[in-house]
Ligand binder design. Structure first.
Ligand SMILES: Nc1ncnc2c1ncn2[C@@H]1O[C@H](COP(=O)(O)OP(=O)(O)OP(=O)(O)O)[C@@H](O)[C@H]1O
Ligand SMILES: [Mg+2]
Length: 376
């Protein structure tokens, strides 16, 4: 190929790149390995209010602190040769005029061989979607809330019937009434959990955070949960390093997370098996893992397992509403963490639920460290 042809081809490539960047229908930012903005397309200008000339050469954190590309973590992952380093997340960026814009973004590292060259992020303004979601949430929660009233009246009357306050009952009638009362109790639990999720998603449950020691947070919870485990002769083992840093969390809500994960681990594991809870310091966060030796999660269920009311087929014989994991996800995300699940590698079997919680100190702490005693 002649040198003229090569340079023409190069020019075409550059033109094509430029054309894509300029016309890309979502915000696009390209960073170098030092997080400096190299490219900022017109859609990014529209969303943020910043002109390309104002941001080129600046660190992206100055312009869009709500859009974490976390090159530091990416570097670490490259060193450790982990492949999944894309993130699909929601965040908030501040418009040039100061108002907050909710965005959904995807960020990926730009890697050549094993060298990190930079990162690319695309983001979309989701203000309208958020407003619609909010509207839908309000409608659904009003509906769920209104169901609670008639249900409470029905339960009250059924209990009176069951207590014989409206006349004596025969055995069959008692049996039917017990079943109805139990089933109504389940509907009530559904509605309450559902309302919890809706409220948390809408940010209506304010977390009352305090400095906590993971070891005591989990130990307090184990007293109850171990009774359940004993019924199946399941052993729960804790692997938490003595020097694990404190976390700044809503203790009650985080205990709810562990409760839901352990409740599942016990429910879905065979008798005489082992459940391991472990926590470790991974830099900016604490990584917590609950692993069991149950059936694990089928490949086709993995994408939906954290959705409200989703239950895998094999769970039909086990009692549940399908809402425990949705609550786990909402609580962890409300704390700024992430939760995911994978299966153990064969020949082992079992589910491994992991989540991260930002370490205390990564945010301003105003509460007095009331439960920060290290009483092990
Ligand atoms: N440790 C686990 N091992 C295997 N399957 C699991 C495990 N944890 C959850 N699952 C699957 O994920 C589904 C959703 O779990 P989730 O905790 O949300 O609901 P649930 O346990 O069915 O009901 P509940 O609302 O009472 O917690 C379960 O029905 C089950 O199919
Ligand atoms: Mg559950």
């Amino acid at each position: 190929m002649s040198s003229k042809k090569i340079s023409q081809k190069k020019l075409e490539k550059e033109e094509l790149f430029d054309l894509i960047v300029q016309n890309f229908p979502v915000g696009l930012v390209i960073l170098d390995a030092n997080e400096i903005i190299l490219e900022f397309n017109p859609a990014a200008e529209r969303i943020t209010g910043f002109k390309k000339e104002e941001v080129i050469g600046k660190n992206y954190r100055e312009v869009m602190p709500g859009l974490p590309c976390q090159l530091k973590n990416v570097r670490k992952q490259i060193v450790e040769q982990k492949d999944k380093i894309f993130v699909h997340l929601e965040g908030t960026i501040t418009h040039k005029d100061g108002h907050e814009i909710p965005v959904r973004y995807t960020a990926a590292p730009l890697v050549k061989g094993s060298e990190l060259k930079g990162a690319i992020a695309i983001f979309r303004d989701v203000t309208k979607e958020k407003q619609l979601e909010q509207h839908r949430r309000v409608l659904i929660s009003m509906f769920a809330h209104d169901l609670k009233g008639p249900l409470a009246i029905a339960s009250g009357l059924l209990l009176r019937l069951r207590q014989g306050k409206a006349g004596n009952l025969n055995e069959k009638q008692i049996q039917y009434l017990d079943t109805i009362i139990r089933e109504i109790g389940k509907v009530d639990k559904y509605i309450r959990s559902f309302l919890d999720i809706v409220r948390m998603e809408a940010g209506q449950i304010s977390l009352s955070k305090e400095l906590c020691d993971m070891h005591s947070l989990i130990s307090e919870l184990l007293t109850d949960i171990e009774l359940k485990a004993k019924q199946k002769n399941i052993t729960i083992k804790m692997e938490i390093p003595e020097d694990l840093p404190l976390v700044y969390v809503d203790k009650e809500q985080l205990q709810r997370v562990f409760f839901n994960l352990l409740d599942n681990a016990i429910k879905y594991s065979p008798d005489n098996s082992l459940i391991v809870i472990s926590c470790k310091d991974i830099g900016e966060s604490i990584l917590c893992i609950v692993e069991d030796s149950g059936p694990g999660i089928a490949e086709e269920d993995l994408p939906y397992i954290f959705d409200p009311f989703y239950r895998a087929n094999y769970s039909e014989s086990v009692e549940g509403t399908g809402i425990g994991l949705a609550i786990v996800k909402t609580i962890i995300e409300a704390h700024g963490g992430r939760v995911w699940v994978k299966n153990k590698m064969p020949p082992e079997h079992g589910a491994i639920f992991s989540f991260t919680i930002p370490k205390a100190g990564s945010e301003k702490i105003t509460t007095k460290p009331s439960s920060a005693k290290r009483n092990r």
